[in-house]
Design a protein around this ligand. Structure first.
Ligand code: V47
Length: 415
C-alpha cells in the first residue's frame, strides 16, 4: 500500500502484520493529515473482522429526565437543566411507557435509556421502568444508564456500584451505553466536566458491569479542549480494560457540538462543530488502536448520515440505528434529523456497497437483506403500512438561549 506520509510507514507495516500499535503509533496517526492512508489501514483491519457486514439497530432513545445535578459544571452539555429551569422535564413511568409504545409500530429491538442525574429519582423508579418495559415489550433489549448515572444512584442509595448493576440486570437491562466517558485526561476533564466522576471511576463502573455479566459500549468525546495525547491515552485506557474483561462491544467516538453550552461560548465555537476530516480520522484511529473491541460505531446524529456512510469505508462497521428521537446533540445544535427510518438506514448501508445486518444490543443478528431489492417493497419488516412519527414543538425553552426542540407527541399511521 502506498503511504504518502512517511511517519505512518511503520504503522502500515504493523497493520499488515496484524501487530498491536503503540502509544507513539497512535500519536502519529492523530498527528498525520494523510487521511486516506489512515482510512485504508482502518478499512483493512475492519474487513478482517467484519468483511462487508455493517450492523444497525432498530432502536428508540428514551431520556426520562433532563434534570441534572451536574448542570452547572458539565459545561459542554446543552441537554441538562436545573430542577426549576425553563425546559426542565421529568417523565412519570406512565409517560415513559407511553413513549415506549412507539416500539410496537416500529419493530424496535433496543431501548437506549439515558438522562440527567436527578436529585430525587431513586433506583426504584428506574427498576420499575425496566421491569415495566420488559413486561410490555419482551422482545426489546434494554441498554440503560451511563456509568455516571449508575455511580450517582449508588451514592444516593448508599449501595455499592455492583449492587446497583446487579439490580439493573435482574430488572431486565442487557447492556450499558458508553456515555459519560468524555475524555479521561484529568486536565481536560477539570475544564469540561469538573464534578463528574473521574476517568478511573468511569472505567471501574464498566469493569464491574462486565464482571456481573453486563456488556457495555465505550465512547470518547472529541473536538473540544483535549490534546492529541489525551485522545491516545483515552483509547489506551479503554484497550487496557478490554484486555482484562473483554466486555466492551463497541467504541463510539462522539463529536463535540458547541451550541447552547458554556464551553462552546467560552471557546468562541458556537455554530462550528467538528470537521468531517476529524470525524473520519477519529473513527479510523479508533479502529486501529482498539484492536480488541469488536465493533466501531458511527453516531450519525452527530456527524451527519453522509459522513457516517463514508465512515463505513474508514474502519466503521456499525451505523447506529433509527434512534427515534435524539435529543442530547440536538440541544447542542446538531442539524441532523432526529431519526432515520429503517429503510433509510438500509439504503445508506447498501449505498456504500456494504451488507446491512440488523442486530440487537448484543450484536446478535436479527435480519439480513440478501433477498431485499430496493424499490420493490420496503426493507422495514413489520408495523402498519405507512406508520410515521408525528412531531410537535414544546414552548420555547428560553433559558440560556437554547432552542426549542421538537418532541415526540404521538406516533400514528400517516393519514
Ligand atoms: O456522555 C453531551 C455526549 C454522551 C454533548 O452506547 C455531547 O450506544 C457532543 O454516550 N456535544 C451521551 N456530545 C450519549 C452517548 C451515546 C450516544 C450514542 C450511542 C451510545 C451507545 C452512547 O453525549 C455524553 C457526552 O459525551 N454529549 N453533550 C455535546 N454538546
Amino acid at each position: 500500500m502506498t503511504v504518502r506520509d512517511p511517519t505512518l510507514d511503520s504503522v502500515a507495516e504493523k497493520v499488515s502484520r496484524n501487530e498491536r500499535l503503540t502509544r507513539d503509533d497512535a500519536l502519529a496517526l492523530f498527528q498525520s493529515n494523510d487521511l486516506l492512508t489512515i482510512g485504508r489501514l482502518a478499512d483493512q483491519v475492519n474487513r478482517r473482522r467484519n468483511g462487508d457486514r455493517v450492523f444497525f439497530a432498530a432502536n428508540q432513545h428514551i431520556n426520562p429526565t433532563n434534570v441534572c445535578v451536574l448542570r452547572n459544571t458539565c459545561v459542554f452539555c446543552s441537554f441538562a437543566r436545573m430542577p426549576r429551569e425553563e425546559g426542565a422535564y421529568t417523565r412519570s413511568l406512565e409517560e415513559v411507557f407511553a413513549e415506549a409504545d412507539a416500539a410496537r409500530d416500529n419493530a424496535t429491538r433496543e431501548f437506549h435509556i439515558v438522562g440527567g442525574l436527578h436529585h430525587k429519582l431513586r433506583l426504584a423508579y428506574y427498576l420499575d421502568m425496566f421491569r415495566g418495559l420488559r413486561e410490555r415489550h419482551p422482545g426489546v433489549h434494554i441498554k440503560a444508564l451511563t456509568a455516571v448515572e449508575v455511580a450517582h444512584l449508588a451514592r444516593i442509595e448508599q449501595l455499592s456500584v455492583r449492587d446497583v448493576l446487579t439490580a439493573m440486570k435482574d430488572a431486565g437491562v442487557t447492556s450499558l451505553p458508553g456515555g459519560g466517558a468524555e475524555v479521561f485526561s484529568p486536565a481536560a476533564r477539570a475544564t469540561i466536566a469538573d464534578k463528574k466522576l473521574s476517568g478511573a471511576e468511569w472505567l471501574a463502573v464498566h469493569r464491574e458491569a462486565h464482571e456481573v455479566g453486563l456488556p457495555s459500549n465505550c465512547t470518547m468525546l472529541y473536538g473540544h479542549v483535549e490534546t492529541m495525547a489525551d485522545r491516545v491515552d483515552h483509547l489506551l485506557a479503554l484497550r487496557a480494560l478490554q484486555d482484562q474483561t473483554g466486555g466492551f462491544l463497541t467504541y463510539i467516538p462522539l463529536a463535540y457540538h458547541p451550541d447552547h453550552n458554556e464551553l462552546g461560548e467560552a471557546l468562541g465555537r458556537t455554530g462550528t462543530a467538528t470537521s468531517g476530516f476529524d470525524d473520519l480520522k477519529n473513527i479510523a484511529v479508533g479502529r486501529l488502536v482498539l484492536d480488541n473491541i469488536p465493533h466501531v460505531k458511527t453516531h450519525w446524529p452527530m456527524v451527519t448520515p453522509f459522513i457516517s456512510q463514508v465512515a463505513l469505508t474508514f474502519g466503521c462497521d456499525d451505523l447506529e440505528g433509527t434512534v427515534v428521537f435524539e435529543r442530547v446533540y440536538h440541544e447542542a445544535g446538531a442539524a441532523t434529523p432526529m431519526w432515520l427510518s429503517y429503510d433509510q438506514i438500509v439504503t445508506l448501508i447498501r449505498g456504500a456497497g456494504k451488507e446491512p445486518v440488523e442486530r440487537d444490543s448484543l450484536y446478535q443478528t436479527v435480519r439480513t437483506f440478501e433477498d431485499w431489492v430496493p424499490g420493490q417493497r420496503p426493507a422495514r419488516p413489520e408495523g402498519p403500512e405507512g406508520a410515521t412519527f408525528r412531531i410537535s414543538h414544546r414552548p420555547p425553552a428560553g433559558a440560556r438561549g437554547r432552542r426549542t426542540l421538537p418532541v415526540l407527541q404521538e406516533i400514528a399511521s400517516a393519514e
